[in-house]
Structure formats: C-alpha cells, structure tokens
Design a protein around this ligand. Structure first.
Ligand code: ARG
Length: 576
C-alpha cells in the first residue's frame, strides 16, 4: 500500500540519521496534505531531543522519490503530499485492492425474533447491524456462518396454544380441520399476552402448555412444530424485505437436546449450586465493580455491585433463555468449531452475555482460545428522546415502521415525478433505514427522524443511491473508453483520497464492530464526487485523454460505492 511506502521512506531516512524506530503514517484531514506522520513527538521524547528538529532532520534526509513531497509543520508533524504519480498509483491500488483469505471462522448470531410475537424495531437494528457485519467479515476474507437464533422455545407459543384452547379451536387446528396461518397467530398472541396478566389460571395453563412442548409431550410438541413452521415462514419474509439472509435458521429449540448435558457439566465441575430451588453458577470476579451505562458522556462513571450469579435451571425445571444460549454454544462448538462467536443484541442484554460467556469459559464449554463477542446496540428513540413507541405506548412493529418509511419514499418519488415500482420504493426505503441506523456509533441511541432519513440530499442512504445512479447514467452514455489513472485536478484528487479512506474504513469497522466509519467515508466520497461533478465537464470534455481520466474516475467511484453498499446491504438501483 502506498501509505506503507511513505512509512518505509521515513523509517529508512531515520535509519540513515542513526535512528532505529518506526515512523507511521495516517490519512490527514489538513488541507494541502494527504497523509501525515505524527511519530516525531513520541520518538523525540524517547530520544530526549527536540521533536521539530527531529522532523526536519528526517525530512531533509528523505531519499528522492516520485510518489510524495514531504514537509515539516509545527509543532512537529511531517506532512505528506502525493505527487501526480503517487495519485496515479493510489488509484490503481484502489482498483486492485483485495483481501487475503483468513483462516478464522466467525459465527455470527443476530436478528433473534421471538416466534409468535410480531417483530419490533429492536429486531430491526439487530438485523441491520448483523447483516452488515456479516458481509464485512466476508469481504475481509473470514469464513462466516450466520444464525438467526429464533426465540422459539419460550412462553409466546405456549400462550398462543392456551388462547386457541380457550377459544375451543385448538383441537381443530391440531387436526388440520382449521387452517393455521400467521393471522391466526397474530390475533391470538396479543389477546393471550393481555389475559395472562389478568387471569392467573390462564397464565398457569400457558406455562403448563409451554412445559408440555418443551418436554416433547404430544400432541403439543407436533402442534408447536406447526406453529414454528408458520411463524418461521413469516420471519423469512420480513428478513427478505430487509435484505437479510442466514445460513442457519435455528433457534433456542435446537439447543434443547443439549440442556441436560450442559447442566451436568456444571454439576460435574462443581460450578453449580442450589439457590432457592434454582440452580445457579457464580460468575462474579472478586473485587469487581460493573460500570453502569452513562446517560451522557460527561456524567461521572458509576458502578453496580459485582456480577450476579447466572440461573441455569428454574425451580419448576423449565428451560431458561440463558441455558439455551449456553447449550447453543456447546453444540455450535461440536458442529462448527468457530474461532469467534459474535452476538448482536440490544445493549440491555450486555450483562446477561457477560454472565453467559464467563459461565462458558469457566466450564470449558467454550475453549480458552475461542473468542466470544457481544455487541450491544443502543435504542432507536422518538423525537422526545425516549424509546420510539406507538401512540398508545406499545412497541413499534417492524412492519409498521417499514410501511411508514416506504410511504414517505413514495411521496418523494411522486413529487420528483420519478417512474417507480414497488421494488424501487422498497430499496430506497431500506437504504434510508439502514444508512441512518448504521451511520451511528453502534452503542449509541439515535432519534428516528423520517424526513431526514428519507431525504435525497445530505447524509442519507437515498443520497448515496442517487449519486451512484448519476454515475451510471453518464457511463451508460459512453460506449467505451481507455482506463487512465493520471488524475490531475484537486477535485479528482479529493475523490481518489476519499475512496482510499473508504477502503481503510472497513478495517476500522472491523475493529470497532460498528459500520459508522464505512458510512462516514461513503458519504464523504459521495460529497467529494458531487463537487468534482459540478466542477468539471465530463461528457462534453474535448480532450480525449482528459475524458478518459474522468470516466475512469467515474467507473472507480461507482465500483467503490457499490461495494460499500453491498456491505451495508443497500441495493443500488439503475435509476431513481
Ligand atoms: N430473542 C431475543 C430477544 O428478542 C434475542 C436473541 C438474541 N440472541 C441470542 N443468542 N440470545 O430479545
């Protein structure tokens, strides 16, 4: 990489001055400077010399080269400007950049809808972020396996059964006399969920029915399978709507056969103790205090008591969400042996995952060399700064939210007089949702602002799509041209540099497990492209060489925008 060339030149200049140290180079945000080296400060300190003089000495001794111009800026920065051939080289490098295959296998667990209940916006964030991280891992060369991990083994399906039983239709649905479909489930669940809070007998019955299918008691277990099938089909449709896809569509139920095994592992290793009839595993670390999430960055850090023990078995013998997760790690390790398992959930589940991970490490269910990651994302808030809710205070349904955004996009398409079909509306709405969601630092809450998100201008998904469409329409007008990387104007240069920054953004995103660096760099690229586009004639350029250069830049920019959109799971339309 060209950045490494600059590092090599500086490091070897230092060597010729008798200094054996590494001078690293980063992108610069200063005008008139493309890269910079900040190493003189720390190295001068080590050598006990003046940093500015050190920088001057290094720059003076730099061997002649045709890629960069080096200069010193106070207090002790080395500014690095690409020469024209440096810029050409960078352009070619962007074109040929590829990522080596890595040997690590990352298993990613995201989405996690609960069958029987309508998906809400928390599941949408998990789907957006998880899908993008999965695609990022693949792009960077990792082997990846994805699993949606349905919540399919808990109370909701038991509640639906109890409701149908109460309405005297259960037997008919079981026998197939009545046709079970998603509408039946969507109607039964909210009624049942309300009733369980008012009628204790009903709640008890739903718990019993849940235990029945968990214990594979017939005919409940077969009916549970039917309920699962219908709601999995629905969940797959929702995922498709959001352009999310999985290798495995497993769930908590797939772990049920391993529950007894993992409980006996804890018992055998003397890691489990009884507490009020339940079985618990101690996961606290002596002297540890848990930092409480801050409401604002400048709030003083407060701490909670040490980690509470993890309950792995309830007093009634019913299965627990945490135990399902542990048993899932157990069988994933048997079947797939991943090097990393990465979970994406709402940040409010962070402590739970810390407990689970510790329990798995203590018991050896997760081998020492395996990494377990949890990324907890913030909530999507309404304009009042509180979690986004419906008018009557309920969770906002994922499908309702998508409908809302699609309707807004439709309004804009009509205003602009654009010819559109459902697919165009869908992919623009998705880009609005996804770009807004992914451009935030992952742990942070953000405010749902439909007008801002769907705007075709500014830092939005539709603006990125629009930029790509503009390029496509120009490229469609030219038959063919010769690739030429001899970029020569400041506007062209800014576009090339922002493509290089976008490529660097993928590694940052990997380190941060957040796509914000990719979104920011993608937006800068689109913005710099617009500046170039407004400043220079392209189709009407008379000089054939210059025209080739501009078209090469267009082609490269489109390629980079499209590949970033591919990572974010944003589709680029032909026209909009
Ligand atoms: N079903 C869970 C929920 O709705 C999310 C599942 C997250 N993944 C996991 N492996 N526990 O909160």
């Amino acid at each position: 990489m060209i950045k490494n060339e600059a590092e090599k030149i500086l490091t070897s200049s230092a060597k010729s001055c008798g200094i054996d140290d590494i001078f690293s180079v980063v992108f610069s945000n200063m005008p008139n400077c493309d890269f910079q080296c900040n190493s003189c400060f720390s190295i001068a300190k080590k050598l006990n010399t003046n940093p500015f003089e050190l920088a001057e000495r290094i720059v003076k001794n730099v061997q002649s080269n045709d890629l960069f111009e080096f200069s010193v800026a106070r207090p002790a920065f080395i500014n690095i400007k690409l020469s024209q051939s440096g810029l050409k080289k960078l352009g070619e490098e962007i074109l040929t950049r590829s990522y080596e295959k890595k040997k690590e296998h990352i298993f990613i667990d995201y989405g996690g809808p609960n069958l029987g209940k309508a998906m809400h916006i928390g599941h949408m964030r998990s789907l957006n972020i998880g899908e993008a991280l999965k695609r990022l891992y693949k792009k960077l060369g990792y082997k990846v396996t994805s699993d949606i991990f349905f919540g399919d083994w808990g109370m909701p399906l038991g509640l639906i059964m109890a409701m149908l039983e109460k309405e005297k239709t259960l037997a008919k649905y079981m026998s197939g006399e009545l046709d079970l479909n998603i509408d039946v489930m969507n109607q039964a669940y909210p009624k049942a969920s309300k009733l369980k809070d008012e009628d204790n007998d009903f709640k008890k019955r739903a718990e019993q029915l849940t235990l029945n299918f968990q214990n594979k008691k017939q005919p409940y277990y077969d009916f549970w399978k039917k309920l699962r099938e219908v709601s999995v089909k629905e969940a797959k449709n929702v995922c498709k709507l959001l352009d999310a896809d999985f290798d495995l569509w497993n769930g908590e139920s797939d772990a049920s056969d391993y529950i007894d095994t993992v409980i006996s592992i804890f018992k055998q290793k003397n890691l489990a103790r009884e507490s009020e009839g339940a079985l618990v595993v101690d996961v606290a670390i002596e002297g540890e205090q848990i930092p409480l999430p801050k409401k604002s960055p400048d709030e003083v850090q407060r701490y909670d008591n040490p980690m509470p023990p993890l309950i792995i078995q309830k007093s009634n013998g019913g299965e627990l969400y945490a135990t399902s997760d542990i048993a899932t790690i157990y069988y994933r390790n048997k079947l797939y042996k991943p090097d990393v398992i990465h979970y994406l959930t709402d940040a409010r589940q962070s402590q739970r995952f810390t407990q689970i991970f510790r329990a798995c490490k203590k018991s050896g269910i997760s081998p020492a060399k395996q990494q377990l990651w949890h990324t907890g994302f913030g909530t999507m808030n309404g304009k009042d700064g509180k979690p986004f809710k419906t008018r009557n205070g309920g969770n906002v349904g994922l499908l309702d939210l998508i409908d809302m955004v699609q309707a807004k996009v439709e309004e804009k398409l009509k205003q602009n007089g654009t010819l559109y079909d459902y697919e165009l509306k869908r992919i623009i709405a998705n880009s609005a949702i996804k770009f807004a969601d992914l451009s935030n630092v992952v742990e942070k809450d953000y405010v749902f602002d439909i007008d801002k998100f769907t705007s075709f201008e500014g830092k939005t998904g539709p603006y990125i799509q629009y930029t790509a469409c503009r390029i496509k329409s120009i490229l469609n007008k030219v038959a063919n041209f010769n690739e030429n990387f001899a970029f020569y104007t400041p506007e062209q240069k800014a576009v090339v540099i922002s493509m290089a920054k976008l490529q660097a953004g993928y590694e940052t995103a990997f380190n941060e497990k957040s796509l914000s660096s990719v979104c920011n760099a993608l937006y800068d690229l689109a913005k710099n492209f617009s500046t170039f586009y407004n400043a220079e004639h392209i189709i009407s350029e008379q000089d054939i060489n210059k025209k080739d250069i501009k078209l090469t830049l267009l082609k490269l920019t489109l390629r980079e925008i499209e590949s970033a959109c591919e990572v974010l799971a944003i589709k680029v339309p032909e026209k909009m």
